[in-house]
Ligand binder design. Structure first.
Ligand code: KG4
Length: 357
C-alpha cells in the first residue's frame, strides 16, 4: 500500500504544497513564487512574505486536496526551521490544524535537511554516510550526513551565502532579482559568444579581472564570498561601462573555483562515495558541470536533484517526511514549537525515537 504524505513549505518566499506517494511519486506540487512581490525591493521583505503565505496557502491546499489520493493522507510534513519566523508560523499552524482535524501525524522538518533529500523525487537515494553540499540564498554549508536526522556541519560560510552573493553581484551589474539565474544566463551567453565550451575555458579564466577567493579559517578552508563581491564593486568603480556578460561569467567562474577547492579539500578528509549537491544554486548548470567533473576525477558519485527541485519546494519536505514516517522517527527538534527553538544552531540535530504512546 502506498503511503501518501502532504508537504508544506513556507520558510521564505515560496508558498508550496505537495502531495507525494512513498516519498518519491509526485501527485501534486503547486507552488506560488513570490518573486514579483519582493522584486521591487531587491530582496525578501519578511512581513510581505508571511502575508502572501497566508493568502495563497489555502488555494494551494485546495489544489492538493482535489487529488483522489488526498483521501488517504497518512502524515503532514512541514518545514519548521530555519526560515523567517512569521512565514514558518503560517505553514506550521496550518499543518498542526490539519493533523488534528485529520488525525494524522505531523512531522516537523528542517528545511536544510529537506534540500539534501530532494534527489529522492527523481528516484536517487544517497546511501549513508554521504557528504551534502547545500548552496542556497540563505545558507551555504558542507555537511557530513551520518544517517537520517544526523547531520554535522563540516564547513559553512563566514559571510554571505552563495546564492546571496550571486544575487548581490547581479544587483551590482544591474540585473533583476533574483540574480542567480540571470548570472547563469549572462555567463553562458558570454561563453557562447566566445565559442567556448564548458571545461575548455582556460583562456577565459586567465583574463579574469576579479580576485581569487582564498579563505582559510584555522588552516581549514571555509566558504566566503564577500571579498569577491568587493572585488566586483571596485572593478565597476574603475570601469563604468563594463561588459555585463563577461563579468557575470568571471564572477561565476570564481565562485565555482572556490566551491570546488573547498569540496576537493574535504573530500580528501572525508573520503565518502557520495556527494549530494542541493539548494537553489545547484540549479546552475555551470557549477553542476564543474562539480561533476571533479567528482568523476575523484570517483565520487554526485547526486543532484533536477533543477525544479533545487529551489524551495514542498515535495522535498514530504519526501523527507516519508523517511521519518517509515522509521517511526520524528526529528527531536519537533518539540521546539511553540517554544523558540528557531534560534538553535542549524544543521546539527539528532533524530530521537518517539514512543508509540
Ligand atoms: O534554495 P532556494 O530556492 O532558497 C533558499 O532557501 O535560499 O535558493 C534561492 C537562491 C537564490 O539566491 C537564487 O539566486 C539562487 O538560489 N539560484 C541560482 C539559480 N537558480 C536559483 N543561482 C545560480 N544559478 C541558478 N540557475
Amino acid at each position: 500500500m502506498e503511503i501518501i504524505g502532504l508537504g508544506i513549505e513556507t520558510s521564505c518566499d515560496e508558498t508550496a504544497v505537495a502531495l507525494v506517494a512513498n516519498g518519491m511519486r509526485l501527485l501534486a506540487n503547486p507552488i506560488f513564487r513570490q518573486v514579483a512581490i519582493h522584486e521591487p525591493y531587491g530582496g525578501v521583505i519578511p512581513e510581505k512574505a508571511s502575508r502572501a503565505h497566508l493568502e495563497k496557502l489555502p488555494y494551494l491546499l485546495q489544489d492538493a486536496f482535489s487529488q483522489k489520493e488526498a483521501q488517504k493522507i497518512s502524515y503532514v510534513a512541514v518545514t519548521h526551521r530555519p526560515g523567517l519566523t512569521g512565514s514558518l508560523l503560517v505553514g506550521y499552524n496550518t499543518a498542526l490544524a490539519l493533523s488534528w482535524y485529520l488525525g494524522i501525524d505531523i512531522i516537523t522538518i528542517n528545511h536544510l535537511e529537506a534540500h539534501l533529500y530532494a534527489p529522492l523525487l527523481s528516484g536517487q537515494k544517497p546511501s549513508y554516510p554521504f557528504l551534502g553540499l547545500l548552496l542556497s540564498g540563505g545558507n551555504t554549508a558542507l555537511y557530513y550526513v551520518k544517517d537520517l536526522g544526523q547531520l554535522s556541519v563540516i564547513a559553512d560560510t563566514q559571510d554571505d551565502a552563495c546564492g546571496e552573493a550571486l544575487d548581490k553581484a547581479a544587483s551590482l551589474l544591474g540585473l533583476p532579482y533574483p540574480g542567480g539565474p540571470q548570472m547563469e544566463k549572462k555567463a553562458l551567453s558570454f561563453m557562447e559568444k566566445n565559442k567556448t565550451a564548458m571545461g575548455e575555458e582556460e583562456h577565459l579564466c586567465r583574463q579574469n579581472p576579479l580576485s581569487e577567493i582564498l579563505v582559510k579559517s584555522k588552516k581549514k578552508p571555509i566558504f566566503s564570498f564577500s571579498g569577491l563581491k568587493t572585488s566586483l564593486y571596485y572593478y565597476l568603480q574603475k570601469n563604468p561601462n563594463p561588459d555585463i556578460e563577461a563579468l557575470a561569467y568571471f564572477f561565476l567562474q570564481r565562485v565555482t573555483e572556490h566551491v570546488l577547492r573547498v569540496v576537493d579539500y574535504y573530500t580528501q578528509i572525508y573520503p565518502l562515495g557520495t556527494l549530494v549537491f542541493a539548494g537553489g544554486v545547484a540549479a546552475n548548470s555551470y557549477l553542476r558541470y564543474h562539480l561533476q567533473k571533479l567528482c568523476k576525477l575523484k570517483k565520487i558519485e554526485l547526486i543532484v536533484p533536477p533543477p525544479a527541485f533545487c529551489t524551495d519546494n514542498a515535495a522535498m519536505v514530504a519526501a523527507l517526511g516519508y523517511l521519518y514516517y517509515q522509521r517511526g522517527l520524528k526529528p527531536s527538534s519537533s518539540r521546539v514549537f511553540p517554544d523558540s527553538g528557531l534560534s538553535e544552531p542549524e544543521g546539527i540535530y539528532v533524530a530521537k525515537e518517539v514512543s508509540s504512546a
